[in-house]
Design a protein around this ligand. Structure first.
Ligand code: ZN
Ligand code: ZN
Ligand code: ZN
Ligand code: ZN
Length: 357
């Protein structure tokens, strides 16, 4: 109700019916009820008194309030990527009742998610890239017997690309050198070991790990890349990835498009052919995403970002990308994953001697 005295809205709750903190599904229903009532206020449903509305009008207002509450409490991007180990776990995660989860799924027309195959998710770091044979989480090193029924998932896509044939990187993770011979174990330029391996030599593990693995999935020891500080700790990375998601969501909030631009690597070649050699070199290893009307280009680190921004021709990139990938963008943002870290990780010193500029 509206109080003219306080010039504020009051939502009155019955103290005898509230059991806080909510332990049972039916008690968590209050969160949805509150969000629903806030929706009526926010959507200005009170402006016209009920007596002037038809039954249909009132029914539509209720649907609107339900939808509003659902979007606040269970954003589509979050609930659609959930691991439905059980309805109860998911409801508990969003702090709503099981009924609210079911309703939200049905409104989103994805009730099937509830019965889709569940997968293994590390309960500690939310990593969902888990091989059933793994004993330890490759991202946080937790012994997986301690819990693989995480509800939400996180994609740690900050690793280095490893060739399936050679099991090693084809671009040096430290200096960016791409001239690597088939038999090379170390980078010919900077001496960096090119395999991401378990460092447990004495135990004779020698497991080769994926390019984003901080820990050996078999024995839980640190990997060579993590040991050489090429991969940052998982906790700040998780925070950075969440910040990055928020940044993309804000950019695309009006149009709801945040899509990876496939074959972005061909852009470098086009730039090269057009004579923009420096820009083409700087964009090596970059990825790009269309977020609403903005083209977001992710580069390895802040120093590369600054050098791109200093390029006179950076403006040309939007129009070239527009015609090459047939996308409708008006703006470009050059971004480094580093920018999203709570405290920027120590940059890996880059030996510029060999990169032609
Ligand atoms: Zn209502
Ligand atoms: Zn983990
Ligand atoms: Zn190197
Ligand atoms: Zn190992």
């Amino acid at each position: 109700m509206y109080s003219s005295e306080l010039d504020n809205f009051l939502i009155i709750v019955n103290k005898n019916k509230i059991h806080y903190p909510f332990e049972m599904s039916k008690h968590r229903r209050l969160n949805f009820t509150l969000a629903h009532e806030i929706a009526h206020i926010y959507l200005k449903h009170y402006e016209l008194p009920d007596k002037y509305k038809t039954e249909d009008d009132l029914y539509i207002e209720e649907l609107e309030a339900d939808e509003f509450a659902g979007r606040i409490l269970m954003p589509e991007s979050k609930i659609s990527t959930c691991n439905f180990t059980s309805l109860e776990n998911v409801a508990e995660h969003f702090n709503v009742s099981e009924w609210a989860v079911l309703k939200r799924l049905s409104n989103l027309k994805c009730s099937h998610l509830r019965f889709s195959k569940t997968f293994l998710v590390c309960e500690n770091c939310e990593n969902a890239e888990i091989n059933p044979k793994d004993s330890y989480c490759k991202i946080c090193g937790m012994f997986l017997k301690n819990g693989t029924r995480g509800v939400t998932t996180m994609k740690y896509d900050d690793g280095f690309k490893i060739s399936e044939n050679t099991m090693k990187v084809s671009i040096c993770p430290k200096c960016g050198n791409s001239v690597i011979g088939e038999s090379d174990e170390y980078c010919p330029i900077c001496g960096q070991y090119l395999f991401n391996e378990c460092t447990n030599d004495c135990g004779g593990c020698h497991t080769t790990a994926p390019g984003n693995a901080r820990y050996c999935p078999k024995c839980g020891n640190v990997t060579t890349f993590y040991n050489s500080n090429l991969l940052p700790d998982w906790e700040p990375t998780r925070e950075a990835l969440l910040n990055k998601m928020e940044f993309e969501e804000n950019l695309s909030s009006t149009s709801n498009t945040a899509e990876d631009i496939k074959d972005w690597d061909t852009m470098g070649f086009t730039l090269f052919l057009e004579g923009y050699t420096l820009l083409s070199t700087l964009l090596e290893n970059s990825t790009a995403k269309q977020c609403g009307e903005t083209l977001v280009v992710y580069v390895k680190d802040t120093s590369i970002k600054d050098r791109i921004l200093n390029c006179k021709n950076v403006g040309i990139l939007t129009s070239m990308a527009k015609s090459q990938f047939k996308i409708a963008v008006n703006d470009i943002k050059i971004t480094a994953l580093q920018d999203f870290y709570p405290v920027a990780p120590e940059p890996v010193p880059i030996d510029d001697g060999d990169i032609p500029f």
